[in-house]
Design a protein around this ligand. Structure first.
Ligand code: ATP
Length: 282
């Protein structure tokens, strides 16, 4: 059995630059991994098929599952005759803006590379990742990175200063496609991405927090007012930085002190069913 951790990501910035000819949006985002992870185990089976074993009722166990898709592509591309059973233990909330499914797909690419001793290079792993989804290449390398293009052009960045993260997910479903569909390019207030990069380079926690920005936040907030309510609660509890991640609806806050993180965590429990307090991994 081979084990892989699949950490969630948060966006420190998310910008949409323009719409491309292929219909995708050209994005620019700073992403970082956090210590909230799904756990996957990979087992070789003799039947030539892919099986997902998961107890989470919100996660499909067929070809709709991104881990299933990753395993199928790996098997075909590298002519793997044996099958694989993927035990998927979900801890990352589903459809949350935290790239849970993408991270499971990335962990599957890494896991199959190890299980079948394919000895693939990072570039080969990234090539498979880009076929599955925009966030999957970042999840293959993890850490902290600037992502451009559809999300597949990656430049590693220094990890953020060590801090606590409190995350709260309102109980609403978000379709990433719908949110991107409502982006109005003329009305965007673009993030100051280079300031966030400078803050990472200088390990400047306050500057990083002051420049957190996500162009999708007003769109999702417009659809679900609870996003704004969570932000207000976090700000009232003295969070240093607050932002919605990805297309949402999860909102996170960053603080240096554990006691403050606990206060924010307690102020949100009861208001949201899914609240987490974790460390930055970066
Ligand atoms: P992103 O931030 O990349 O947009 P997300 O965190 O918002 O992703 P996911 O948790 O990846 O969203 O789930 C989005 C959809 O993908 C869900 O509706 C779910 O049914 C489907 N899905 C496919 N594979 C998985 C998986 N392994 N884990 C969770 N959801 C999955």
């Amino acid at each position: 059995m081979i084990y892989e951790k699949a950490p969630a990501k948060i966006n420190l910035t998310l910008d949409v630059l323009h719409k491309r000819e292929d219909g995708y949006h050209e994005v620019e985002m700073v992403m970082t991994t956090i210590d909230l992870a799904d756990r996957l185990a990979f087992e070789m089976i003799h039947d030539d098929r892919v099986e997902i074993a998961s107890e989470n009722r919100f996660v499909p166990n067929d070809k709709r599952n991104l881990a299933f898709q990753a395993a199928t592509i790996m098997k075909e591309k590298y002519h793997i005759k044996k099958g694989v059973r993927i035990h998927l233990n979900k801890n990352i909330p589903v459809a949350a803006g935290l790239a849970g499914g993408s991270s499971d797909a990335a962990a599957t690419i890494r896991g199959i590379n190890r299980l079948f001793e394919l000895k693939l290079s990072q570039n080969e792993l990234l090539e498979v990742a880009a076929q599955i989804g925009s966030d999957v290449p970042f999840c293959v390398i993890g850490g902290t990175a600037l992502a451009k293009g559809r999300g597949e052009q990656l430049k590693p960045l220094p990890s953020p200063p060590s801090c606590w993260i409190v995350l709260a997910k309102p109980d609403v479903g978000i379709s990433t496609k719908d949110v991107y569909g409502q982006v109005k390019l003329d009305h965007i207030k673009h993030p100051n991405t280079s300031s966030v990069i400078e803050a990472l380079e200088n390990q400047d926690f306050l500057k990083m927090c002051a420049n957190l920005s996500n162009v999708l936040e007003p769109i999702t907030t417009n659809m679900h007012s609870k996003v704004e309510q969570i932000k207000s609660k976090m700000i009232n509890a003295n969070a240093t930085g607050v932002l919605m991640s990805g297309s949402g609806p999860t909102v996170f806050s960053l603080v240096l002190k554990q006691a403050k993180a606990e206060r924010i965590y307690n102020s949100l429990r009861g208001f949201c069913s899914e609240v987490y307090m974790v460390r930055m991994l970066g």
